[in-house]
Unconditional design. Structure first.
Length: 160
Protein backbone atom coordinates (compact mmCIF):
# COMPACT_ATOMS: atom_id res chain seq x y z
CA UNK A 1 0.00 0.00 0.00
CA UNK A 2 1.21 3.52 -0.80
CA UNK A 3 0.28 7.00 0.32
CA UNK A 4 1.16 10.58 -0.48
CA UNK A 5 3.84 12.08 1.70
CA UNK A 6 3.84 15.86 2.06
CA UNK A 7 6.91 17.19 3.82
CA UNK A 8 9.78 19.68 3.57
CA UNK A 9 13.04 18.19 2.36
CA UNK A 10 16.18 20.30 2.55
CA UNK A 11 14.09 23.46 2.61
CA UNK A 12 11.73 22.56 -0.25
CA UNK A 13 8.14 21.39 0.11
CA UNK A 14 7.63 18.03 -1.57
CA UNK A 15 4.75 15.70 -2.27
CA UNK A 16 5.80 12.15 -3.09
CA UNK A 17 4.07 8.79 -3.35
CA UNK A 18 5.70 6.33 -0.94
CA UNK A 19 5.03 2.75 0.01
CA UNK A 20 3.93 2.55 3.61
CA UNK A 21 6.79 0.16 4.41
CA UNK A 22 9.57 2.17 2.67
CA UNK A 23 12.42 3.20 4.93
CA UNK A 24 13.44 6.84 4.88
CA UNK A 25 17.01 5.77 4.04
CA UNK A 26 15.90 3.90 0.93
CA UNK A 27 13.51 6.68 -0.07
CA UNK A 28 16.25 9.32 0.14
CA UNK A 29 18.92 7.29 -1.63
CA UNK A 30 16.98 5.28 -4.20
CA UNK A 31 13.99 7.43 -5.06
CA UNK A 32 15.41 10.92 -4.56
CA UNK A 33 19.10 10.30 -5.33
CA UNK A 34 20.34 11.88 -2.08
CA UNK A 35 23.27 9.55 -1.52
CA UNK A 36 24.98 11.59 1.20
CA UNK A 37 22.95 9.60 3.70
CA UNK A 38 24.89 6.35 4.02
CA UNK A 39 23.74 2.79 4.51
CA UNK A 40 25.86 1.32 7.28
CA UNK A 41 24.67 -1.40 9.61
CA UNK A 42 21.02 -1.37 8.50
CA UNK A 43 20.06 -1.94 12.13
CA UNK A 44 20.29 1.40 13.90
CA UNK A 45 23.66 0.79 15.48
CA UNK A 46 26.22 2.86 13.52
CA UNK A 47 24.65 6.27 12.83
CA UNK A 48 25.90 6.54 9.22
CA UNK A 49 22.31 7.13 8.08
CA UNK A 50 21.59 10.02 10.47
CA UNK A 51 19.37 12.80 9.12
CA UNK A 52 17.50 15.53 10.94
CA UNK A 53 13.74 15.36 11.32
CA UNK A 54 12.45 18.63 12.74
CA UNK A 55 16.04 19.42 13.81
CA UNK A 56 16.42 16.18 15.77
CA UNK A 57 18.84 13.44 14.68
CA UNK A 58 17.02 10.38 13.40
CA UNK A 59 18.35 7.09 12.10
CA UNK A 60 16.85 6.86 8.64
CA UNK A 61 17.41 3.09 8.49
CA UNK A 62 14.84 2.70 11.30
CA UNK A 63 12.41 5.41 10.18
CA UNK A 64 9.56 4.85 7.77
CA UNK A 65 9.40 7.57 5.13
CA UNK A 66 5.63 7.83 5.68
CA UNK A 67 6.23 8.82 9.31
CA UNK A 68 7.73 12.10 8.07
CA UNK A 69 4.32 13.39 6.97
CA UNK A 70 4.16 17.12 7.69
CA UNK A 71 7.71 17.22 9.00
CA UNK A 72 10.96 18.86 7.94
CA UNK A 73 13.75 16.50 6.89
CA UNK A 74 17.30 17.72 6.38
CA UNK A 75 20.10 15.65 4.87
CA UNK A 76 23.79 16.46 4.63
CA UNK A 77 23.12 17.88 1.16
CA UNK A 78 21.18 20.75 2.77
CA UNK A 79 24.04 22.20 4.80
CA UNK A 80 26.26 24.01 2.28
CA UNK A 81 24.82 27.29 1.04
CA UNK A 82 25.89 29.10 -2.12
CA UNK A 83 29.03 26.97 -2.35
CA UNK A 84 30.01 27.69 1.27
CA UNK A 85 30.40 24.88 3.76
CA UNK A 86 28.38 25.06 6.96
CA UNK A 87 30.20 25.57 10.26
CA UNK A 88 30.06 21.86 11.02
CA UNK A 89 31.30 20.90 7.56
CA UNK A 90 34.13 23.43 7.87
CA UNK A 91 34.97 22.07 11.31
CA UNK A 92 35.31 18.53 9.96
CA UNK A 93 37.37 19.78 7.03
CA UNK A 94 39.65 22.17 8.89
CA UNK A 95 40.22 19.96 11.94
CA UNK A 96 40.55 16.70 9.98
CA UNK A 97 37.46 15.16 11.55
CA UNK A 98 37.05 12.66 8.72
CA UNK A 99 39.18 9.64 8.02
CA UNK A 100 37.72 7.37 5.34
CA UNK A 101 34.65 9.61 5.29
CA UNK A 102 31.96 6.94 5.36
CA UNK A 103 30.61 7.88 8.78
CA UNK A 104 31.15 11.61 8.24
CA UNK A 105 27.69 12.57 6.91
CA UNK A 106 26.02 10.92 9.90
CA UNK A 107 28.42 12.54 12.35
CA UNK A 108 27.94 15.91 10.68
CA UNK A 109 24.15 15.64 10.89
CA UNK A 110 24.25 14.52 14.53
CA UNK A 111 26.55 17.49 15.25
CA UNK A 112 24.31 19.87 13.32
CA UNK A 113 21.30 18.64 15.30
CA UNK A 114 23.16 19.31 18.55
CA UNK A 115 24.18 22.83 17.52
CA UNK A 116 20.63 23.67 16.46
CA UNK A 117 19.44 22.76 19.96
CA UNK A 118 22.48 24.05 21.86
CA UNK A 119 24.79 26.48 20.04
CA UNK A 120 27.49 26.28 22.74
CA UNK A 121 27.76 22.69 23.95
CA UNK A 122 30.58 21.53 26.17
CA UNK A 123 32.72 18.51 25.38
CA UNK A 124 30.55 16.17 27.43
CA UNK A 125 27.45 17.28 25.53
CA UNK A 126 29.22 16.79 22.20
CA UNK A 127 30.32 13.30 23.21
CA UNK A 128 26.79 12.42 24.30
CA UNK A 129 25.25 13.76 21.08
CA UNK A 130 27.66 11.70 18.97
CA UNK A 131 27.38 8.60 21.15
CA UNK A 132 25.22 6.70 18.67
CA UNK A 133 27.59 7.31 15.74
CA UNK A 134 30.40 4.85 15.16
CA UNK A 135 33.63 5.73 13.40
CA UNK A 136 35.82 2.74 12.68
CA UNK A 137 38.86 4.77 11.60
CA UNK A 138 39.58 7.19 14.42
CA UNK A 139 39.65 7.66 18.16
CA UNK A 140 37.12 10.51 18.01
CA UNK A 141 39.58 13.20 19.19
CA UNK A 142 39.57 14.98 15.82
CA UNK A 143 35.80 14.61 15.56
CA UNK A 144 35.26 16.30 18.94
CA UNK A 145 37.75 19.03 17.93
CA UNK A 146 35.86 19.50 14.67
CA UNK A 147 32.57 20.12 16.48
CA UNK A 148 34.26 22.46 18.97
CA UNK A 149 35.75 24.38 16.04
CA UNK A 150 32.28 24.61 14.46
CA UNK A 151 30.97 26.09 17.71
CA UNK A 152 33.69 28.74 17.52
CA UNK A 153 32.99 29.47 13.86
CA UNK A 154 29.30 30.00 14.59
CA UNK A 155 29.99 32.10 17.67
CA UNK A 156 32.34 34.39 15.73
CA UNK A 157 29.92 34.70 12.82
CA UNK A 158 32.44 33.15 10.39
CA UNK A 159 30.03 30.40 9.34
CA UNK A 160 26.34 29.61 9.52
Amino acid sequence: MASLLTFVLNGRRRVEAVANNLLLLDFLREKLGLTGTKTGCDGGECGACTVLVDDRPRLSCLTLAASCEGRRVDTVESLARNGQLSAVQRGFHEKLGAQCGYCTPGLIMASEGLLRRNPRPGEAEIREALGSNICRCTGYVKIIEAVQHAVGLKASGEAA
